[in-house]
Design a protein around this ligand. Structure first.
Ligand code: COA
Ligand code: ZN
Length: 321
């Protein structure tokens, strides 16, 4: 197995979907649109704009049509939407999305808690959706709880492979491996990523990590080293599934870009632009956000030596411990 292929990394922004779906306060539609328009100019490859779910299940994204239809689309950026069922697919297609991102879980209990369907019922919907889409949008499936389930615990690799088999049979072109509650570890991530790419070399795989237990960046690095070149990430580290107990934010976009940048990878993404946008988030969501680099500054940041400005150097070293 060879899989170190990633000279270019694709950053896929999910803050307006995964992030805003769990915010207790509704983010006004015009603010969502302004953020998406600004994100479109940072060089990210894809933006998950919203979800076409039941507004009773996800009230924070009840304005899906308004957002999807009013954003300015930048050529070269893909605009995706999360879709749980055929009704959601019809709504998304009416808004000319570039990508339908289907969602279901590898584990039965989380699928029922999140979507009120068994996995087989979800797959039945996907089969109808594949016919409905008929090549008019890229078809991706996000597989929640790929690395573990908050209700059932371990999810065997064989289960993940079976699900990807089913997706492949339906003509689904991309699969996102989601660590919904941040339970995966780098060794496991490497094993899963190598196994799926080995079996489906033509499938477009994305890694989607949550930093719930501080393993998000380590898992992203493990996925990268296993040949994955597409990463979902969320500005400020917002995010989480409202139907997964203990869920918290995604891997933070600007922290991920900062790390890959420092390692010399090309993403075509403007880190400074992302940091400026991240600074706006606390006002928008009315709480602090977990991102680290926006607080510390990038690793290239340099400080004046303490004490030099006043002509004496008596304080030099006083910050050390
Ligand atoms: N968009 C808008 N409304 C929808 C819809 C969709 N995609 N799917 C169903 N509905 C509406 C139905 O029209 C019906 O409306 P009514 O009560 O006014 O008649 C109502 O929702 C119930 O429909 P039903 O088919 O019985 O759905 P449900 O209540 O079993 O919920 C889902 C199923 C999938 C729609 C719902 O669980 C859901 O949207 N989950 C999304 C979860 C999510 O996004 N999680 C975070 C991402 S991982
Ligand atoms: Zn997520």
């Amino acid at each position: 197995m060879t899989l170190i292929k990633n000279s270019r990394i694709y950053i896929q922004e999910v803050s307006v979907r995964d992030g805003f779906q769990i915010e207790p306060e509704f983010i006004p539609t015009d603010q969502k649109i302004a953020l998406i328009n600004a994100l479109s100019r940072t060089g990210v490859a894809k933006i998950e704009v919203t979800s076409f779910t039941s507004p009773k299940a996800i009230p924070g994204l009840a304005d899906a049509e308004a957002v999807m239809c009013q954003i300015d689309r930048v050529p070269g950026v893909q605009y995706a939407a999360l879709v749980p069922n055929t009704r959601g697919c019809e709504r998304a297609l009416a808004c000319q999305v570039d990508e339908i991102n289907l969602v279901m879980s590898a584990s039965q209990s989380h699928n029922v808690a999140n979507l009120r369907m068994t996995p087989e019922q979800s797959l039945g919907q996907f089969s109808d959706i594949a016919k409905l889409v008929d090549g008019n949008a890229f078809l991706n499936a996000s597989l929640s709880t790929t690395f573990g389930c908050p209700f059932e615990g371990e999810v065997p690799l064989s289960r993940v492979l079976d699900m990807v088999d089913r997706f492949s049979d339906l003509g689904i072109q991309g699969v996102t491996l989601c660590d919904t509650t941040g339970v995966g570890n780098p060794r496991q991530v490497k094993e899963v990523c190598l196994a799926v790419q080995d079996r489906w070399p033509a499938m477009v795989f994305t890694a989607h990590f949550h930093n719930t237990r501080g393993m998000g960046l380590a898992n992203a690095l493990a996925a990268l080293q296993a040949g994955i070149d597409r990463f979902d990430a969320s500005l400020g580290g917002l995010g989480g599934c409202p139907f997964a107990p203990g869920a918290s934010g995604n891997v933070c976009t600007e922290d991920l870009v900062h790390m890959f940048n420092a390692m010399g990878y090309d993403m075509g993404v403007d880190l400074d632009g992302l940091l400026e946008l991240a600074k706006l988030l606390p006002d928008m969501v009315k709480h602090e956000v977990p991102g680290q680099v926006v607080k510390a500054g990038p690793s290239t940041r340099r400080y004046p030596l303490p004490g030099r400005q006043g002509g004496t150097d008596q304080t030099a070293g006083s910050f050390c411990s």
